[in-house]
Design a protein around this ligand. Sequence first.
Ligand SMILES: NC(=O)C1=CN([C@@H]2O[C@H](COP(=O)(O)OP(=O)(O)OC[C@H]3O[C@@H](n4cnc5c(N)ncnc54)[C@H](OP(=O)(O)O)[C@@H]3O)[C@@H](O)[C@H]2O)C=CC1
Ligand SMILES: CCCCCC(=O)O
Length: 490
Amino acid sequence: MVEAIKTVEVFKNYINGEWKDSISGQITNSINPANKNEIVGQVQSSTIEEVDDAIQAATEAKVNWRKLGQYNRGQLLYKVANELEKNLNDIAETLTKEMGKTLPEAIGETQRGIAILRYYAAEGMRKDGDVIPSSDQDALMFTKRTPLGVVGIITPWNFPVAIPIWKIAPALVYGNTVVFKPATESAVTAAKVVQCFEQAGLPKGVLNFITGKGSVVGDALINSTKLNGITFTGSEYTGKLVAKAASANGVKYQLEMGGKNPVIVLNDADPKSAVDGILSGAFKSTGQKCTATSRVIVQEGIYEEIKNLLLKEVGKITVGNGIDTEIWMGPCASENQLNTVLEYIKIGQEEGANLIFGGKRITDNEYANGFYVEPAIFEDVTSSMRIAQEEIFGPVIALIKVSSVEEAIDVANDTDFGLSASLYTSNISSALAFIDDIEAGLVRVNAESAGVELQAPFGGMKSSSTGTREQGEAAKEFYTQTKTVLIKNK
Ligand SMILES: NC(=O)C1=CN([C@@H]2O[C@H](COP(=O)(O)OP(=O)(O)OC[C@H]3O[C@@H](n4cnc5c(N)ncnc54)[C@H](OP(=O)(O)O)[C@@H]3O)[C@@H](O)[C@H]2O)C=CC1
Ligand SMILES: CCCCCC(=O)O
């Protein structure tokens, strides 16, 4: 019997309130990393001219959007949240099929997107300034926040719902208009999220969505002189391109980049809690989180116990198609990412680390067409090795043995990154020393390195971030500028 050919949906750009094909006439397939023969959808391969159209639309919309007022902008975000909630299962399933994370994780991420929208909707009712006593008794002095104007948003493939929303929602509620370019690897999911904004009734030009190569569409966006802000999450390499371009054009920019996140386990830690946190932080989402654990720094007195428990528990991890309910870890998000992971596993062995678990590509039977790799654990790792210094962005951890708390914190800080860091201990003095001395923006005690909460500031130090924080109230600092106003009545 001839199998019915499944029609592949083509997703368009959304510019000035209209869904449009690219003038290039070119489209790109988005494939399922669990089965590269499955096309999840097709998106536009747009041109630099369309970037200008999108920026023009956002520019024309920005005054009325600002004048709509924070409260009314917030009310619209409640409607977007409701639309996303209506489409939760479809978007979560698309997320899993497009970048590989398991369905429960994709559902959790989409629910997080809904919560973020409602958080910033409520921001619409919160104060946006302070009254400050003037030295002039006839004067009234206060601060008032005002939007930047048009903000470019470029996002990665690893959180294709949560990261776009934790940028778009604050950008909009604080009065900016947006041009949004998602990662190509997860552009279908992004299109479905944008559909929720459209269905909520956003005025035309407020949110514009354009897909296409980062090196073409992304490059045109970051080099535009007509933007007032650009926020980016992705690799350090691309982040530096954003910084250079934005600085040259006097555009305010915000970068969230990589991490090489340590978990320190001290002699007095609870072994099971530590190992549970390491496995979840390192291997959930196939290690493809900027907050994922990649270095496990263990005090010598508990080292063997932690290593043996890790080996026992990692052996229980089921790897497979994230859509299947009994699968704990899905494939890498792309063939490129799989090859990067395999390359670093090879590098680790060549530089003298000892691969004590996994690390092989899985290709038999139903795995043949997917980008699957076993979780990998190295020991005998020194801090100077590449697998201890460079971001792999995959399910690979390096065990490093230390003798003291001080040495553990020194090793943890021995990295160009500074995003997230965890410590497992039952000693409050060690915890307080760690909190003070660790060079990281996200500091966690007896908790895994991933799993940040939407209401708290998110961001890192050193090469991980540019210093501003995303999420929670902190987002206001990037998406607004402050006016100090003084009024006299005569
Ligand atoms: N900190 C984090 O959350 C993340 C970090 N990473 C790191 O980045 C590495 C590569 O992942 P990848 O997604 O390729 O990261 P990239 O930095 O290449 O891509 C991130 C975003 O930037 C866009 N982009 C790419 N090149 C340019 C450019 N020249 N100008 C403007 N935008 C551009 C991409 O578009 P397009 O997809 O079309 O190329 C994508 O939307 C990973 O291995 C990991 O180390 C990746 C994802 C998230
Ligand atoms: C860019 C990565 C975001 C990580 C969110 C988390 O750890 O839950």
